[in-house]
Design a binder for this molecule. Structure first.
Ligand SMILES: Cc1cc2nc3c(=O)[nH]c(=O)nc-3n(C[C@H](O)[C@H](O)[C@H](O)COP(=O)(O)O)c2cc1C
Length: 184
């Protein structure tokens, strides 16, 4: 089969979801609360698999890599995700403990993006995460190799797309112990 031409790709519609309304005068002061509020809407609207995210890391040479994984928690400790230390992501995070996460909620034309340092959670937390997985998901996993990481964000962007291309970008930037909010 021939590869798709640029014209073929241009004809494929994008940003076709239905954007919920946002009250820019009543935004949470903290991106964790904002994420909780947006996730609530995503669950309410039946967004499929809303905690599947893309995690980007870099290797020893500064070359980026990205893959899909599941976000396990978003709270005051950071944005948690899990995998094996021996994986590419595990090796890359050991060499360069910084990462970025993105989520795309197509039905809402919403995207969330976070970047920051990555810290390894305690082995107890990693063991608890592994224990919470289904038996099938635990099969073949070496518990010694299992890690839980937390991305501690320095910047979080909540992007609301609009069919008329007047997109909104709500950005939280860490500011000392608090957050600076730029509401688009
Ligand atoms: C929907 C989805 C969820 C996934 N969840 C995880 C996960 O939580 N942890 C994980 O290590 N890999 C997960 N994977 C597999 C990763 O995308 C990836 O293939 C694997 O982690 C190896 O990546 P690496 O070689 O960059 O370390 C998931 C893949 C998909 C498509």
């Amino acid at each position: 089969m021939a590869p798709p031409s640029p014209g073929d790709l241009r004809r494929i519609p994008s940003l076709t979801g239905s954007a919920p309304s946002i009250d820019l005068h009543d935004l949470p002061r903290d991106p964790t609360e904002m994420f909780a509020a947006w996730l609530d809407v995503a669950l309410d609207r039946g967004v499929p698999e809303p905690v599947a995210a893309t995690l980007a890391t870099v290797d020893d040479d500064g070359v980026p890599d990205a893959r899909t994984l599941i976000i396990k928690a978003v709270d005051e400790h950071g944005w948690a995700f899990a995998g094996t230390a021996s994986s590419r992501k595990g090796q890359q995070l050991a060499a360069c403990p910084n990462a970025a996460l993105t989520l795309w909620w197509q039905p809402l034309v919403r995207a969330v993006r976070a970047r920051g340092a990555v810290v390894e959670a305690s082995r107890d937390d990693a063991a608890a995460d592994l224990a919470a997985r289904s038996e099938a998901a635990r099969t073949g996993v070496d518990p010694e190799d299992w890690r839980l990481w937390r991305l501690v964000p320095s910047r979080v962007e909540f992007w609301q797309g609009s069919p008329d291309r007047r997109h909104l970008r709500i950005v939280y930037t860490r500011d000392g112990a608090g957050w600076h909010l730029d509401p688009g």
